[in-house]
Design a protein around this ligand. Structure first.
Ligand code: PMV
Length: 350
């Protein structure tokens, strides 16, 4: 059987598995690394896992492959940060495979992989496509190699590719703890409340479909090295994540709205103060923020957040979903996707 994101036939003697992993949207952002090579964060973060927006990924290992290759929507990717991150995750899985006995399920190492993947939302536009892409890749790769690795360990493996990927393994509201140890063993993600805890509505307002100019690692490092506001961001972020967690547990929407927007705007302010400055927003981004504030003033239960790109994610706790969508669509030139809170990454077959 060929899945619709697979443009190339799977070779008959391949070890293959497929996974879907949803993207996750941080209410309390991860912005800044305490260890660059292990991808350990300066501050804890808290996100919401989306239900249906994410990455479908096939990982195929075969002795005939002479290198790792990645096909996104049927087109080979030859550059970009995703390839480097994907190789890192594959190497971590391969090293687990060899330490588990040199060969498992007849896979002799080293064996290269061919990855075919598709995102059902814009790639690299600041909507955490690296989170869904790398978590799907880690899960499918692990399953294809027949490795016995827990979700928690896979989360830590994918974190080394992309920090936010570690949160996509879990459903509902997820906290990724900063941790203190140099090896990152206590920097783990965990679900703090499951899907059913608080079924908020989610809209993704797409301002731009194209890939962003600044990969998040470069942008975070630039902020850390050059922004005079970086240290105050880190200090704020650690306190704010605790307050956001409380608001989630208490299901206090008004509190969550204020705290999450404050977190988003402080993260962006620290990035904007870098030199050279990092401004991820477009005119419609600002128009959407103002629209959300205007709606809140008129009694709608809505708030926004924005990752490292121009697109805006709107959360709502309001039955007037159609009205909210129409209000958002009054901003010209945007597209709105509807989503909800969902479970984490899953294997589609093995
Ligand atoms: O995981 P990365 O390296 O793609 O960085 C994610 C950064 C933000 O999306 C802006 C914040 C977050 O916590 O997801």
């Amino acid at each position: 059987m060929k899945f619709d994101w697979e443009h190339l036939e799977i070779l008959p003697d391949s070890k293959v598995a497929r996974a879907f992993s949803p993207t996750n949207i941080a209410l309390a952002k991860y912005w800044g690394k305490r260890d660059l090579s292990l991808n350990l964060p300066q501050n804890s973060s808290l996100s919401v896992t989306l239900d249906d927006l994410g990455s479908f990924t096939t990982v195929e290992f075969n002795r005939e492959f002479t290198e790792d290759s990645i096909f996104l929507d049927g087109k080979i990717k030859i550059d970009g940060s995703f390839i480097k991150k994907a190789r890192l995750v594959l190497n971590l899985l391969r090293s687990r495979s060899s330490s588990a006995g040199g060969s498992q399920n007849d896979v002799v190492l080293p064996v290269f992989a061919r990855i075919q993947t598709r995102n059902n939302f814009p790639t690299g536009a600041g909507l955490a496509s690296s989170a869904s892409g790398l978590s799907a890749l880690a899960l499918a790769g692990c399953s294809a190699l027949g490795l016995d690795i827990s979700k928690e360990e896979l989360s830590a493996i994918s974190r080394q590719g992309s920090g936010s990927a570690c949160r996509s393994f879990f459903g509902g509201f997820v906290q990724w703890n900063r941790g203190e140890t140099p090896d990152g063993s206590d920097s783990i993600a965990e679900s703090i409340a499951g899907v059913g805890h608080w079924p908020l509505g989610v809209f993704v307002a797409i301002v731009e479909e194209k890939e962003k100019m600044n990969p998040s690692t470069d942008a975070m490092e630039l902020t850390r090295m050059s922004s005079p506001y970086f240290s105050s961001w880190v200090e704020f972020a650690e306190k704010n994540v605790k307050a956001i967690r409380e608001a989630v547990m208490e299901k206090d929407f008004s509190k969550l709205a204020v705290l999450s927007e404050e977190n988003c705007l402080k993260m962006h302010a620290s990035a904007q103060a870098s030199s050279p400055p990092l401004l991820f927003w477009e005119a419609q981004t600002v128009a959407l923020m103002k629209k959300v504030w205007d709606m809140r003033n008129r009694g709608f239960k809505v708030f926004f957040t924005i990752d490292a790109g121009p697109n805006v994610v709107i959360f709502c706790n309001d039955i007037r979903v159609g009205e909210i969508k129409n209000e958002l669509l009054s901003i010209s030139g945007i597209r709105v996707l509807e989503s909800s809170i969902g479970d984490g990454a899953k294997v589609l077959d093995a």
